[in-house]
Design a protein around this ligand. Structure first.
Ligand code: AMP
Ligand code: MG
Length: 404
């Protein structure tokens, strides 16, 4: 059995970034920018007013109150085409370009005015409430560096830079194949001892949340023919995930059957709980992760291995789940040779560290505690027993990656 860290390294060294495509900025949130973007314009394009008021010359404000002649008006998007002379002012609104000859904005609250004259009651230093041309960015500036996942903030910046199209990674296509005679899709008729294939949906959702595109190949029956037939549809994908059938039972057919179809195994079995029978290899030229069928195992293996793999396919530096310290409300026994990821809730989050309680049952088939969990408690192989009140490492689930 190899360690979690070795497994992660082995997986990532086999993964190359997918190609790129050009898409509209409107469709770009959450996509991975593949090339640096330079601004096509300067913002603001000219010195603009940051307030509603009057554009004046600071030199005219030597004595306060100062009385100035109103010679015109300029709204946002408009212009005042003459040059403003000594003793003159222009009525101006937020976002409007400063008329030539002016250098300062007096907010209207600091004035009294009628149609012809404005009396400035509060002085202002030169440049007050002026947004100089290029304050935000200039034409040719790099707006966003690749690679990065585009946020709504980035979209705003790129739009302001007048970038309607951008080059992103095409979404990595991840084929998902569930295996098992006992499995049925939600909503389909169930036989007496059948269960729902929850993994097909949970892992597909995780793939989409992590920036991939899930290609559901359906459920293969536990026979060679069905498995062979279904897995052939993975050939157009960038990565193949199989769910279940990765162990050593008589009905675990992934290795024996796919082995005959071009599967080469890099590693199988990792020192981790849940998720020991994780397999990684290459199936006919595609990286393949064979995940255990138990729903909790497959999700936790996905947090640790599939999300970083999708990052690598997207040309990103693979993320690692963030860790923090927390305090146990109860004692824990020593750990064996497998790194453990135990489901827990945060019972108290005061100013100090979060206080956590593990679920009594840590069975890897149980989705309800996983859904309720706030975090995973990580225990290193052979970690010593801990008394109540000890500190442990946790992976906070809500903050782990965008929506897992
Ligand atoms: P396996 O890895 O095929 O031995 O499956 C281990 C356990 O996970 C068995 O109890 C299966 O019924 C269950 N299981 C396998 N695949 C899925 C799935 N797609 N959704 C939910 N449970 C599954
Ligand atoms: Mg099975």
């Amino acid at each position: 059995m190899i360690s979690v860290e070795e497994a992660r390294k082995n997986i990532l060294k086999e993964i190359r970034a997918v190609g790129t495509e050009v898409i509209s900025l409107q469709a770009a949130a959450g996509r991975v920018l593949a090339e640096n973007v330079r601004s096509r314009r300067t913002q603001p394009p000219a010195d603009l007013s940051a307030m509603d008021g009057f554009a004046v010359k600071a030199a005219d404000l030597g004595t306060i109150p100062a009385s100035l002649k109103i010679v015109g008006e300029v709204p946002a998007g408009g212009s005042y085409d003459n040059t403003v002379g000594t003793g003159e002012a222009v009525r101006i609104f937020t976002g409007a370009a400063l008329p030539s000859g002016t250098d300062t904005i007096i907010i209207q609250e600091d004035t009294e005015f009628d149609a012809e004259t404005v009396t400035v009651k509060e002085g202002a230093a030169k440049g007050t409430y002026v947004r100089p041309a290029g304050l935000d960015f200039s034409a040719g500036d790099i707006g966003i560096k690749a690679p990065t996942i585009l946020t709504p903030r980035d979209i705003g910046l790129l739009a302001a830079m007048d970038i309607p199209w951008i080059t992103v990674r095409r979404k990595p296509k991840i084929a998902l194949l569930s295996t098992g005679d006992e499995l049925v899709r939600p909503g389909e008729p169930l036989g007496p001892n059948q269960i729902i294939s929850s993994n097909s949906l949970s892992i597909a959702a995780l793939i989409e949340a992590a920036g991939g595109e899930a290609l559901d190949l359906g459920i293969a029956q536990d026979n060679a023919e069905s498995l062979r037939e279904k897995v052939m549809n993975a050939k157009s994908a960038d990565m193949l995930i199989t769910l279940g059938g990765a162990s050593v039972g008589d009905h675990d057919l992934i290795q024996p059957v796919l082995g005959k179809e071009g599967l080469s195994v890099d590693f199988w079995r990792i020192a981790m709980r849940p998720g020991k029978p994780l397999m990684f290899g290459n199936f006919a030229g595609i990286p393949m992760l064979g995940m255990p069928g138990n729903p909790v195992s497959s999700l936790i293996c996905s947090f640790l291995f599939l999300i970083p793999a999708i990052d690598a396919l997207n040309g990103l530096t693979p993320r690692t789940p963030p860790r923090q310290r927390a305090i146990l409300t109860h004692a824990l026994k020593e750990n064996d040779q497998r790194e453990d990821y135990m489901r827990a809730v945060i019972t108290e989050e005061t100013s100090g560290l979060p206080v956590i309680r593990l679920f009594d049952k840590q069975d890897s088939s149980m989705l309800s505690p996983l859904s309720l969990a706030d975090c995973l408690v990580v225990r290193a192989p052979f970690a010593a027993a801990l008394p109540e009140g000890s500190e442990v490492d946790i992976i906070p689930l809500s903050r782990c990656y965008p929506s897992i």
